[in-house]
Design a protein. Structure first.
Length: 711
């Protein structure tokens, strides 16, 4: 008996260490470190070691990662014992995959495991999806996907051998996430979010925001080859400005819808409740030839370029309590249940229900706020598209599954006036950092009535001062009304500034060195450091992991940081290669070869007057590096725009101004391009559907380029 007790006691001692101890990672983490907060390890090492019930805490800063992070099916948690990856204490970890080339194999994270929970992570610049969610029963909470080269997050299978819907990713929750500025080189595949092609049952998007992506906000495309996907549930999601990136640039090839809900005539009965689409470059909501019965309840479309609701005529789709206002046009609806919808058709303010008339005066505000989300990532539209108390849309809807409301009936549109619930608004209060202080709450309750006033007082710990609340206010005591669930953070600041470690690395190791000024073991928060890349003999700086290419950069230390300088062979060649019609390297063209009317009767390539037409040139170079390209041309008409693509990607804009006459040739401004060692394809491609310049030749200058046979 004594021996059994001793064994049991030993197991109990080890149990917390093995099961409940947490793992810490940071940008400066090392593979051999134990994974404690003082000795953080690497993210991949932590993923390899985590057991069910553990949490990987990610410290703030930039994690420069070149390879896909793959979480296998064997590396799964279980119901009630998830495996978790979370931002530590409100810090901002950024997984940066900018070293990846654009390629459908270069995903940032492939989550093929079951029962994982991600929270507070930024994933950016992957060569394909930021995250491919291919496992089951996972939750992705308050994460951001930006500037990836395919959809920010996509729910689809990973293994092609999974051919049936019961093998495809199911029962995943994407909660309060944001996705924006995702763009592929062709600008036709990168959506904010996608659940398409091979997506299983029970997947939910709740409280997510998708905006400024090159293609669609959401894409639920289906193909006859793979068959129907599982129905997807959307609740309280927002899609806006898709088709235009945050820098204002637009594309001709993207579909630009807010919510694209099908494809190829395959019926799938998706559900959308209290979602909003505005400012998108095409439709706000569209069935995209989904022949099923989509449930559209209490959604709002505003100011989309084409249809607010672009659905086929005579369909089975069910519309209840929806509003469409000031989209270019509205047509092709399914069943308008009990005339409970208001459509702004052909510029008229008359809806389908003649008793309801829509105008600006129905809304508190039609001005988009600068910030559209809460600290927890959920949408916060302020007064935008909220109904005035005088609007006849108040209580004008019909009751429907999944729709809570105040008053005698649901309001129309996504924004219910007043309180949708009477007594269960929840308040969550946190201090940042945890050691910085506490917050007193008055009154203290599990839930609050709508409109109830709550007072918070921040009380800093010894060695700290109060800095601000999460809404930006700086008085230690604040009051507010409970009109929704709220998460409020008190930000404290140490009297003794926090210190962080800066680590540097060079790639390859023999490529050069980095000088650090000042060079210290630790830096205080906000301290500025200058880094200078010094190439070794024969090399040059290619880039920093931030994407900058200047030899000296300045960084502000706000977290643990890891910075890498990538070096490569310095190319000093000034050899020029000229490729013209019928010469080696002139491989493919859209158009005809013509004789220019100049005195020397030069042959020129007359490119077809259509967007996407062009010429392919093939060259071989002895080493990777930068080269200069110019085109000789003659052009009368209007200045036209083109792009130069290298190996099908990395499009660079190029302008062709008009020339003074049809016999006067000109050359374009020199364009710097990056080629890889070996054979490369350079494609000049039109953007405008206008008469284009007639091209005489392309000249490339650099390290001994050679014309290559076509392939």
């Amino acid at each position: 008996m004594k021996n059994k007790l001793a064994v049991l006691f030993g197991v109990l001692l080890l149990f917390p260490l093995c099961i409940f101890s947490q793992i810490y990672v940071s940008p400066a983490g090392k593979l051999d470190n134990e994974g404690s907060i003082g000795s953080p390890t690497t993210l991949q090492n932590a993923i390899n070691k985590i057991v069910s019930g553990q949490t990987i805490y990610m410290r703030g800063g930039i994690y420069s990662i070149a390879s896909t992070i793959f979480i296998t099916r064997e590396n799964s948690g279980s119901e009630g014992n998830l495996k978790r990856i979370e931002a530590y204490n409100g810090e901002i970890p950024i997984l940066d995959f900018s070293e990846q080339r654009e390629n459908n194999e270069n995903k940032g994270i492939v989550l093929d495991g079951f029962y994982w929970y991600f929270k507070g992570i930024i994933i950016r610049k992957a060569g394909d999806n930021g995250m491919l969610l291919s496992g089951n029963n996972n939750t992705i909470d308050n994460c951001i996907f930006e500037k990836n080269r395919d959809s920010g997050l996509q729910i689809s299978r990973y293994f092609a051998a999974y051919t049936s819907i019961d093998q495809w990713p199911s029962n995943n929750l994407v909660l309060n996430c944001e996705s924006f500025d995702n763009k592929d080189s062709l600008a036709e595949n990168a959506d904010g979010f996608a659940a398409k092609l091979t997506c299983g049952k029970g997947n939910i998007f709740r409280g997510c925001i998708s905006h400024n992506n090159s293609d669609d906000g959401w894409d639920l495309y289906t193909k006859k080859k793979t068959g129907p996907i599982g129905a997807v549930l959307f609740e309280n999601c927002v899609a806006y400005n898709n088709g235009t990136l945050t820098n204002g640039s637009t594309t001709l090839t993207g579909d630009k819808n807010g919510f694209k809900l099908g494809g190829e005539g395959i019926p799938v009965n998706h559900i959308l409740r209290r979602c909003i689409a505005f400012g998108n470059g095409q439709h706000g909501f569209t069935d995209n030839n989904n022949l099923g019965a989509i449930e559209m309840t209490n959604n709002t479309s505003y100011n989309n370029k084409s249809n607010g609701f672009g659905f086929r005529p005579g369909g089975k789709h069910q519309f209840r309590n929806n509003i469409s206002y000031k989209s270019f046009k509205d047509k092709n609806f399914g069943k308008d249940v009990e005339n409970s919808n208001v459509w702004w058709i052909k510029g008229s303010t008359n809806g389908r229900n003649p008793a309801l008339v829509i105008s600006d005066d129905d809304f508190v505000s039609l001005t988009v706020p600068a910030v559209l989300k809460n600290e927890d990532g959920s949408p916060n539209l302020g007064d935008f598209l909220a109904l005035k108390t005088t609007s006849d849309f108040i209580d004008a809807g019909v009751q429907a599954t999944g729709i809570e409301f105040s008053g005698t009936a649901p309001d129309l549109g996504a924004r219910e006036s007043g309180s949708q619930q009477t007594t269960d608004f929840v308040l969550k209060v946190t201090g940042k950092p945890i050691a910085g202080g506490t917050v007193t709450v008055s009154p203290v309750k599990k839930s609050y009535d709508a409109g109830e006033v709550v007072t918070l007082t921040a009380m800093p710990s010894s060695g700290y001062t109060f800095k601000s609340w999460s809404d930006g206010s700086t008085t230690a005591t604040t009051t507010f009304k409970m009109d929704t669930n709220k998460t409020i953070t008190a930000n404290f600041k140490s009297i003794i500034p926090a210190t962080y470690v800066l680590t540097t690395a060079v790639n390859p190791a023999e490529g050069g060195t980095i000088t650090v000024n000042p060079n210290k073991a630790t830096y205080t928060e906000g301290e500025t450091v200058m880094l200078t890349a010094i190439p070794s003999a024969g090399n040059e700086l290619k880039s920093w992991n931030s994407g900058e290419t200047t030899e000296s950069i300045t960084v502000s230390i706000t977290a643990e940081m890891g910075i890498t300088a990538t070096f490569g062979k310095k190319l000093t060649g000034t050899h020029a290669l000229r490729i013209e019609e019928a010469s080696p390297g002139f491989c493919k063209y859209d158009g005809v070869i013509a004789i220019n009317s100049s005195a020397d009767n030069r042959k020129v390539t007359n490119i077809t007057d259509a967007s996407g037409s062009g010429i392919n040139y093939t060259v071989k170079v002895p080493d990777s590096g930068l080269y200069s390209v110019v085109f000789r041309y003659v052009h009368r008409g209007k200045t036209t725009n083109a792009k130069v693509k290298i190996n099908g990607t990395n499009a660079i804009d190029l302008v062709f101004p008009i020339t003074s006459s049809t016999t006067k040739f000109a050359t374009t401004e020199p364009l710097t391009i990056k080629l890889i060692k070996g054979v490369n394809t350079i494609r000049l491609e039109t953007i405008d559907a206008l008469p284009f310049a007639n091209i005489d030749w392309m000249e490339i200058t650099g390290e001994a380029p050679m014309a290559e046979s076509c392939f």
